[in-house]
Design a protein around this ligand. Structure first.
Ligand code: 4HQ
Length: 255
């Protein structure tokens, strides 16, 4: 998968892609992250890329010709899906991340300051995408969120020990809690079942706990889980020891 990022701050993107899962994926040739600097397409001595908004207002807007030339540069590598990071787009979800992971060439357009001339967006951008209902200073951090989230679904990027399919949201649920040594810490014990070595039983237990965690923290996510399974998890919760309930952070359920 090829990610191209149109940005006036390429060093932000390079820094974000230079460690952890992303850099590993790049090293293994499973993905690439390159930048296109709109400044390179300025035509005047001051390398101007933006101008003041007609009608007045704060901030400077990227000139349409500058984005046009930047996107043309991105298209030199072949067909590419052009995405503008903006709080006006639909908010990114796991479903969307999975779909993006099926593409082979994605161009992420990062705005700064006041944004980009609307006519350029109308013509040059295939879709808008938001990483959430808040405002950040530029699209770069949002682009990195998209690149990171999508890359985790590319085959081979995560080791087999950590699959994106096991993470929160992939099964429609938040993840079950995890524990390591010591077996007892500050009066809290690791749930006995996890020490049993009975892996089918452990998997069953984890699924029930994951449903309860989701019910407690993000009940609106449970829409896709059958009512009967939620009721079964509540019955299971009634049988949990107070110690296990506390250790699992399930004190807020009132069950
Ligand atoms: N931006 N999700 C870039 C965002 C944002 C978001 C604000 C994008 C400023 C120029 N991007 N403009 N939320 O807040 O993607």
């Amino acid at each position: 998968m090829k990610f191209q990022v149109i940005t006036l701050f390429p060093e932000l993107i390079t820094a974000g892609a230079s460690s952890g899962v992303l850099s590993q994926g790049i090293k293994k040739n499973l993905l690439s992250v390159s930048t296109i600097n709109p400044r390179d397409f300025a035509t005047d001595g001051h390398r101007t890329v933006d101008d003041r908004p007609f009608g007045g207002g704060d901030g400077m807007l990227m000139l349409p010709e500058i984005l046009e030339a930047s996107v043309a540069k991105a298209r030199e590598s072949g067909p590419t899906r052009v995405i503008y990071l903006s709080p006006q787009g639909p908010v990114l979800t796991t479903d969307k991340v999975r779909k993006l992971a099926e593409l082979s060439n994605v161009t992420l357009v990062c705005g700064r300051y006041g944004g980009i001339d609307q006519r350029a967006l109308n013509v040059l951008v295939d879709e808008e995408l938001s990483i959430g209902d808040y405002v950040i200073s530029g699209g770069e951090l949002a682009a990195l969120v998209v690149i990171d989230g999508v890359s985790r679904f590319l085959p081979g990027v995560l080791g087999h020990e950590a699959s994106a399919e096991k993470d929160s949201f992939s099964n429609g649920l938040l993840e079950h809690p995890n524990f390591t040594r010591p077996r007892e810490w500050q009066g809290q014990s690791v749930p006995e079942i996890l020490l049993s070595g009975n892996h089918p039983k452990i998997e069953q237990w984890r699924r029930q706990i994951a449903i309860l965690v989701t019910l407690q923290k993000r009940p609106e996510l449970l829409g896709a889980i059958p009512k009967a399974e939620i009721e079964a998890a509540k019955a299971f919760a009634a049988g949990l020891s107070p110690g296990d309930k506390e250790a699992c952070g399930l004190g807020g359920l009132g069950l």
